[in-house]
Design a protein around this ligand. Structure first.
Ligand SMILES: [Zn+2]
Ligand SMILES: [Zn+2]
Length: 417
């Protein structure tokens, strides 16, 4: 092996000269693999890819840039399939500047692959968001921040009684005329719709033909409606226990006999996955334990579902679009709607990983898998991202013994923290 450069990629601010170093070696770490650990690991990253992974022993190539992990962890970069904003910006602001700000913010928290997520809003706002994401995605080889793998079309097709903190006026039922235009951009890779809405079947079938990862969320669907959606390609439920049906909510909607809900459908059907917001504010430790125990790390994802309040001071912010979004208060830990309900998380994926680890005491490789390989597998990008595997993109984190992010590399480029 021959390495020819010691230059590390400079920071986000210096976008035009941002290039992966020819060769980076990460040493003195325990590597977190999908199903176990590799102690005393040594990773060689070359030309933006993972080139070698082995036990320590060999000397680093003379000209390589060496990163000493100081006995901490080396982890695959995180993959976030559900995230709205950060650093004061929301993807729905619909400008490339906002998209860059969110991607840079989440990279600092270990997210290297991101699926910008729409809220409810007007068709024009959704289009502007997708267009801004496309501009940033196409420039990312020379810019920085978490890489955009596709847009998560999340709002506006929510059930009227499960809109949550989203702008209620921006909710509507799906129509072929509207959603065909979103899919026509080629950027939508994850598609959410409440399964009980008129038009949901057509939406799911279209998303399936487009090869999207299909999810049901902000929904009061019955077991029967979920089963119909499953047959049309739906495979996932957004933020488990939040804005979804329960046996009690279905009883209120449909009477007796009591029926299964989205909760039972996910737990019973091995083809389904779901996600938790493990910020310690949305769900108690026993619910995180429950989800991990019953679903396991291959069917449970960690997401941030973060708002623009990530890395921002406590105060009042807009959820969704900067002008037409809804007000919420960031109390330093989580977003709260004026009426007291939760309004998305205010933290990055590193926080979710630490909280899930503390709550479940599960092996660290299980926890990291839920934030990396499992979302990559579910969204069809595992050939490129999600684990420390030779040949994959060099999306690599160095974490301290206490799982704090100390280095982030996206495509072999060191990110500014
Ligand atoms: Zn939601
Ligand atoms: Zn959300």
């Amino acid at each position: 092996m021959r390495c020819t450069s010691t230059a590390l990629g400079p920071s986000w601010d210096n976008a035009l000269t941002l290039m992966p170093a020819d060769c980076v070696v990460i040493e003195n770490a325990t590597a977190i693999l999908p199903d176990g650990l590799l102690p005393q690991a040594r990773l060689v990253l070359r030309a933006g890819r993972i080139a070698e992974m082995s036990r320590a022993g060999k000397r680093a190539p003379r000209d390589a840039k060496v990163i000493d992990a100081r006995g901490g962890w080396v982890s695959p970069g995180f993959v976030d399939v559900h995230v709205h904003g950060g650093g004061g910006a929301d993807f729905m602001d619909g400008t490339p500047e906002a998209v860059r700000a969110v991607c840079a913010t989440h990279a600092r928290h270990g997210t290297t692959t991101i699926f910008p997520t729409t809220t409810t809003g007007s068709p024009q706002e959704v289009h502007q968001m997708i267009a801004a994401c496309k501009i940033v995605r196409d420039e990312q080889a020379i810019s920085g921040g978490a890489r955009i793998a596709g847009v998560h079309l999340y709002g506006p097709f929510f059930a009227p009684d499960k809109v949550g903190c989203h702008p209620a006026g921006g909710r509507r039922d799906p129509t072929t005329a509207e959603f065909s235009r979103y899919f026509g951009t080629g950027l939508v890779r994850i598609a959410t719709c409440a399964a009980e809405l008129p038009g949901a079947g057509a939406f799911f079938r279209k998303a399936h033909r487009e090869g999207c990862f299909i999810t049901c969320g902000h929904s009061n669907a019955t077991w029967t409606e979920m089963d119909r959606a499953y047959k049309a390609g739906m495979r996932h439920v957004d933020h488990f226990w939040c804005a979804m049906s329960s046996v009690a909510s279905i009883r209120a909607r449909c009477g007796t006999p009591m029926q299964g809900s989205m909760e039972q459908y996910v737990l019973m059907n091995d083809g389904m996955s779901t996600e938790v917001i493990a910020d310690g504010q949305h769900l108690s430790p026993e619910l995180l334990q429950f989800a991990h125990r019953l679903l396991g790390p291959r069917r449970l994802l960690l997401v941030t579902d973060a708002s623009r309040a990530v890395d921002m001071a406590p105060g009042r912010y807009k959820f969704g679009h900067a002008v037409t979004g809804t007000d919420f208060d960031h109390d330093g830990k989580v977003g709260r709607a004026p009426h007291g309900g939760l309004a998305s998380s205010s933290v990055g994926m590193d926080h979710m990983v630490r909280t899930m680890h503390a709550a479940t005491r599960a092996p660290i490789w299980d926890i990291v898998r839920m934030a990396s390989l499992t979302p990559a597998e579910r969204t069809g990008i595992a050939h490129e991202a999600g684990s420390l595997s030779v040949g994959k993109r060099a999306d690599v984190l160095v974490l301290s013994a206490k799982l704090k992010v100390t280095q982030v590399l996206v495509g072999g480029v060191v990110q500014a923290l």
